[in-house]
Design a protein around this ligand. Structure first.
Ligand code: DX5
Ligand code: ZN
Length: 215
């Protein structure tokens, strides 16, 4: 069964109590937390104070997606905030292998994300060391963008790489995921679907999570 990680970026921040209430009632597996710095991506979202204020309210483990330069400096902070997964962008990490080590040393699962324009070859040397490979299915920075169809083939090739190398990394996809694109990604071999608008704007988010899970 697919795992689902609702992306907090699409929440209605004026009504966080309501959002947290349905998240805790849902069968979601993670809360996906998009941190943006206005430098790596052309947007700024939210950061540690928000995470700290909801961590005791939300029962889901945090899947933190850092769209920031120098992400390695935040390992200890995120670990103290109880993050389960810390995902960094390959494009932000000249010393990617060391960053993966630092994430592990801080006691978290290590994820590496690649943009739509980044070749999968950058994952080859770390694929056996990481816990999660995040294929961006839109260009990072905003919610509610359109899924890039050619990313399905990228997921298929990544699945093959993981099988060939005997790696344990899960494949996560992020951006433009709905029931239609989610099915395409499932066929391509995804494990975890990140989904913002599709769940947060659904009339019944709990049911939408259930529907996505059982694609
Ligand atoms: C985009 C973020 C995504 C975003 C997904 O840069 O990484 O997690 O919130 O939102 P949707 O599902 O609406 O495309
Ligand atoms: Zn994300």
């Amino acid at each position: 069964m697919l795992q689902i990680a609702p992306s907090l970026l699409s929440a209605n921040f004026a009504h966080m109590d309501k959002e947290i209430e349905w998240l805790n009632r849902s069968e979601a597996d993670y809360l996906h937390f998009d941190v943006m710095d206005g430098s790596f991506v052309p947007n700024i979202s939210f950061g540690f104070p928000v995470m700290a204020s909801i961590k005791n309210e939300v029962q889901l483990p945090f899947d933190v997606h850092l769209m920031v330069v120098h992400p390695e400096q935040w390992c200890d902070t995120l670990s103290k905030l109880g993050a389960r997964i810390m995902t960094v962008h390959q494009e932000c990490c000249p010393n990617l292998h060391r960053t993966v080590q630092q994430i592990h040393e801080a006691g978290m699962l290590a994820g590496v994300a690649v943009n739509p324009g980044t070749s999968l070859s950058v994952l080859e040397e770390v694929i056996c060391d990481i816990d999660l490979a995040l294929v961006m299915t839109v260009n990072p920075g905003f919610g509610a963008q359109k899924f890039i169809p050619s990313m399905a083939d990228k997921v298929r090739r990544l699945r093959q790489m993981i099988t060939d190398r005997g790696a344990h990394a899960l494949i996560e996809c992020d951006g433009g995921v709905n029931l239609e694109t989610g099915r395409i990604l499932k066929e391509a071999g995804v494990d975890i679907l990140v989904t913002g608008n599709t769940v947060f704007k659904a009339p019944d988010p709990v049911q939408m999570v259930r529907d996505l899970k059982s694609l």
